[in-house]
Design a binder for this molecule. Structure first.
Ligand SMILES: Nc1ncnc2c1ncn2[C@@H]1O[C@H](COP(=O)(O)OP(=O)(O)OP(=O)(O)O)[C@@H](O)[C@H]1O
Ligand SMILES: [Mg+2]
Length: 320
């Protein structure tokens, strides 16, 4: 198996402090027990509404957030602890692209320096080698070496995201975490950036953790999908299973919220949406614990898990 990264029972709880003594009075269960398995060259979509805990998962994996509980196993070794001797190798192999690379790039630095930053942190290339490497990377995302002497503000939002993608793979990492990488862009530009991400993936055999609040965006990107609600996964499975055989009402709600482009189906789409809303409001107790917490995931088949109290036989069409 080509699984290189395993996330086990990941929890991140933020303390809420209040009162005169600033004592901890409660916790936000931002991430409350999730498991993930990453294989080489695949895209994992992570979808859920605002505040469901998506970015917190990304930050915890990359080491920007301390784990309350759980483990991160990279190539068979526990790297959850920042003192781990394998940590630097792990950091090199897990990179991140942000939603808004304008604010994550230093505006006073030229693109060469921005691109070379990861290289300078982890390798000993000469300035000539750096330039060559940066030009090669830019070329893959459709830019020329002329970009190297320019500054971030001289590029469009889409171009900056392409530069962000190129920089993220400079060290040939195993995983790139992309947190809403195209959400700030116009639709036509979104498609373009996604295409470059796919091309980069083919070239580098990199895996993506693709975070989005929009199922429509990850649909064309993901091999596997995790649907997140209140810090837990309501459903996890292959792209096919999630889109064609959704089981949890929360997944169905997200699916029915994808805008429909075909005007002939608009009426049916609206009816389906109303039906799902009704089911959600009338039968919520079937889908959530009494406290409102999402149940533990249970296996339906080899490609599909759902968080229900019990799962019976679930209808399954032949997978492509
Ligand atoms: N540093 C923090 N301290 C306290 N609570 C936090 C902190 N960071 C995030 N949270 C809370 O944790 C929960 C999950 O936040 P997170 O940013 O992971 O959500 P998200 O799914 O990425 O949302 P969005 O789609 O809006 O980006 C939210 O309730 C948020 O308010
Ligand atoms: Mg977020």
């Amino acid at each position: 198996m080509s699984e290189f990264l395993t996330i086990e029972n990941l929890k991140v709880h933020y303390p809420i402090r209040s009162g005169f003594f600033n004592r901890i009075t409660d916790y936000v269960y931002a991430v409350d027990g999730v498991d993930m398995h990453f294989e080489a060259g695949k895209t994992y979509g992570l979808v859920g509404e605002s505040g469901s805990g998506k970015s917190t998962i990304g930050k915890a994996i990359i080491g920007l957030e301390k784990l309350t509980d759980g483990k991160i196993i990279y190539e068979g070794e526990d790297v959850s602890n920042s003192a781990s001797s394998r940590r630097s190798n792990y950091r090199r192999n897990v990179q991140m692209i942000f939603q808004d690379s304008y604010s994550s790039f230093n505006p006073k630095k030229r693109i060469l320096d921005i691109m070379a930053e990861p290289l300078r942190n982890f390798t000993n290339l000469t300035i000539e080698e750096e330039k060559r490497k940066a030009s090669e990377l830019l070329e893959i995302v459709g830019l020329t070496s002329e970009a190297l002497v320019k500054y971030p503000h001289e590029f469009s939002g889409g171009q900056r995201q392409r530069i962000g993608v190129a920089r993220a793979v400079a060290l040939n990492p195993k995983l790139v975490i992309a947190d809403e990488p195209v959400s700030a862009l116009d639709l036509s530009v979104q498609a373009q950036v996604l295409n470059f991400m796919k091309r980069i993936q083919e070239e580098f055999n990199v895996s993506y953790l693709f975070i989005s609040h929009d199922l429509g965006v990850v649909k064309h990107m993901s091999d596997e999908l995790a649907i997140m609600y209140r810090g837990r996964f309501t459903e996890y499975g292959s792209n096919y299973e999630i889109y064609h055989n959704p089981q949890h009402i929360y997944t169905k709600r997200l699916l029915s919220a994808i805008p429909h482009v075909d005007p002939n189906n608009r009426k049916e789409h609206r009816q389906e949406r109303l039906r799902v809303e009704k089911e959600y409001h009338e039968n919520a107790s079937q889908y959530f614990e009494e406290s409102g917490r999402v149940y533990d995931l249970k296996k339906i088949n080899d490609h599909h898990q759902v968080a229900l109290k019990e799962v019976g036989f679930a209808h399954r069409e032949e997978v492509k």
